[in-house]
Design a protein around this ligand. Structure first.
Ligand code: EPZ
Length: 431
C-alpha cells in the first residue's frame, strides 16, 4: 500500500509545468471512436484514469500506440466490442462517456453503471434523457446501462440540471445524428469546450460550446485528427493552493489564465498575490490571510473540484470562512481528516464553517477521494511536523507525478510502499 510522507514547513520555489487536463482527456479519448480514421491525441497526462481508458479502448478492439510519453495514436476502425464490464467501469466516472460515443457511432452501447469519487448521489438521469431525446431505447438491467437505437435524430434538449457529463455525452451522441440538436442549460466547463473543439477538428459541426446553448448539426462521418488537450486548470489550481498554504513564490507554467480566474479571484481576496502571464501564473503567498466565503458553482463559478484544496488553505486564514458546496451533496468527507491535523471546521449539510487556526499539525490521514487527497497534501505541506497520507491511489487517478513535481518545487515529500496492515497474516487472524 503506497503513502505519501510529507514533512511540512518547507518553502516552495522555482517552477512547475501543468499536465494535460484529466477531465478533458477522459472524454476526448472515447470520442475518437466516432472517427473513421486514426486520431493522434497530444498532451495526455500520465495518470491512472487515462491508463484505464486506453485499456478499455484496447479491450474493445481499438488499436492504441503511444508515440511518446504524452502522445497516443488511436485507430478505432477495428473496434467491435460495444460493452464495458463492471470491473472496469467501477474504477472511474468517465466510463459513462463510452455510452455517448458508442451510441453515436454504432447506435448501441452496454456500459456498467459508473464508479468514480464518492461525492454523494451521482445519478445519470440527464444522460439518459438526452439519449432518449435522440431516439435511443435506454434500459438498466443488472447494473448495466443498455442503449439501442434504429437511428438517431436531432432534437431540442433542455437539461434540468447543469451537468458536465450529460453535456459531453449529449454532444458525442448527437454529432452523427440526423439533423440539428440543440442542448440548452449546457455545462460551460473548459473541458466541454475542449471536447467540442476536438470533434470539430474531426469534421463535426458544433457551435456554442462554452455557452448555455450548444448546437450540433449531424454529419455523416468524422475523419482523423491530431489534437492537443488543454492544460488541467484543477492541477494548476492545486499548485496555486499549495503555494498559498506554504506562503511560497512559485511559477506555474502551461496554464490558460482565463480558466483559472475563479480560483485566482478567491486567492487574491484572501491576500495571495497572483501575476498572470500568457501561459503561466506566478503565485506569491502572503504572511496573513483573511477568511472568505466560497460557493461552488458550474463554470465560470468557483469549481467544485477546487473546494477541498481551497478549504485547506482557509484552515489557517484569520477569522471565519464559509464554504458552500452546491454541486455535490457530500463533498466534505475530507474534513474529518483535516480535523486530525487540528483544523477547526464544522459542517452542516452542504455548508462548512472554517475557524482559522495558527497552524496545522502533521498527522496520519487518509485520502477519501481524488481532490480530498489533494487537499490533504496542501495541508500537510504547510503543517508543523510530518504527515502520512494513505490511499494515495485516489490522488494518482488525476495528478501526474504529484510527488516528483512537488519535490521539484522543494517540498519534503516521499512516496513509500508498505505492506497493507490489514493483509498482514497476524492482523488478518485478529480481525
Ligand atoms: C464531472 O463529473 C467531473 N468528472 C467532476 O470531476 C466534476 O466535479 C463535475 O463534472 C462537476 O464539474 C469528470 O469530468 C470525469 P456533473 P460529472 O454531471 O460529469 C448531478 C474530479 O475531481 N447530476 O456535472 O459526474 C450530479 O449528481 C471529478 O475531477 C444529476 O442529477 O458531474 C451532481 O450533483 C469529481 N443527473 C451535479 O449534477 C445527471 O444525469 C453535477 O454533476 C448528471 C448529474
Amino acid at each position: 500500500m503506497e503513502k505519501y510522507v510529507i514533512r511540512g514547513g518547507a518553502k516552495l520555489s522555482g517552477e512547475v509545468v501543468v499536465s494535460g487536463a484529466k477531465n478533458a482527456v477522459v472524454a476526448i479519448i472515447p470520442a475518437t471512436i466516432l472517427s473513421d480514421e486514426p486520431c493522434v491525441i497530444e498532451n495526455i497526462p500520465n495518470i491512472s484514469d487515462v491508463t484505464i481508458t486506453l485499456q478499455i479502448m484496447q479491450e474493445m478492439g481499438a488499436k492504441i500506440r503511444m508515440l511518446n510519453k504524452t502522445t497516443v495514436e488511436i485507430d478505432p476502425r477495428s473496434l467491435m466490442n460495444m460493452s464495458i464490464p463492471y470491473e472496469k467501469a467501477k474504477l472511474m466516472r468517465a466510463t459513462t462517456y463510452f455510452l455517448g460515443t458508442l451510441l453515436g457511432r454504432f447506435h448501441s452501447a452496454h456500459v456498467s453503471m459508473p464508479g468514480g469519487c464518492n461525492l454523494g448521489d451521482r445519478p445519470i438521469d440527464q444522460h439518459l434523457k438526452c439519449f432518449s431525446a435522440l431516439g435511443a431505447q435506454c434500459e438498466i438491467d443488472g447494473g448495466m446501462i443498455n442503449l439501442r437505437a434504429d437511428k438517431l435524430v436531432g432534437n431540442q434538449i433542455f437539461f434540468d440540471k447543469n451537468s458536465v457529463g450529460a453535456t459531453i455525452n449529449g454532444i458525442m451522441a448527437a454529432v452523427k445524428a440526423e439533423g440539428l440538436t440543440v442542448i440548452e442549460n449546457a455545462a460551460k466547463e473548459p473541458h466541454v469546450v475542449d471536447l467540442a473543439n476536438c470533434l470539430n477538428s474531426m469534421g463535426a459541426d458544433i457551435i456554442g460550446a462554452g455557452t448555455d446553448v450548444i448546437k450540433i448539426r449531424g454529419v455523416r462521418e468524422l475523419h482523423g485528427t491530431t489534437y492537443s488537450v488543454i492544460p488541467d486548470q484543477i492541477e494548476a489550481g492545486t499548485f496555486m493552493a499549495a503555494a498559498a498554504a506554504t506562503r511560497s513564490n512559485i511559477l506555474i507554467r502551461n496554464v490558460i489564465p482565463k480558466h483559472l480566474e475563479p480560483i485566482t479571484n478567491k486567492l487574491l481576496k484572501i491576500g495571495v498575490q497572483v501575476e498572470q502571464y500568457d501561459d503561466a501564473v506566478r503565485v506569491i503567498g502572503g504572511d496573513n490571510y483573511v477568511g472568505t466565503t466560497i460557493k461552488t458553482q458550474p463554470h465560470p463559478g468557483f469549481p467544485t473540484d477546487m473546494q477541498p484544496q481551497m478549504s485547506a488553505v482557509l484552515t489557517c486564514a484569520k477569522g471565519a470562512s464559509m464554504v458552500t458546496e452546491s454541486i455535490f451533496d457530500n463533498r466534505f468527507r475530507y474534513v474529518d481528516e483535516l480535523r486530525r491535523m487540528g483544523a477547526n471546521i464544522s459542517v452542516e449539510g452542504r455548508v462548512a464553517v472554517i475557524e482559522g487556526v495558527e497552524r496545522l499539525k502533521g498527522a496520519p490521514v487518509k485520502s477519501t477521494d481524488l481532490r480530498a487527497g489533494a487537499a490533504l497534501i496542501v495541508a500537510a505541506l504547510s503543517a508543523e511536523g510530518t504527515s502520512e497520507i494513505y490511499d494515495i491511489f485516489h490522488v494518482e487517478r488525476g495528478y501526474e507525478n504529484m510527488e516528483i513535481k512537488l519535490r521539484g518545487l522543494g517540498a519534503d515529500i516521499r512516496k513509500i510502499n508498505e505492506p497493507d496492515p490489514v493483509s498482514d497474516p497476524v492482523v488478518k487472524k485478529a480481525i
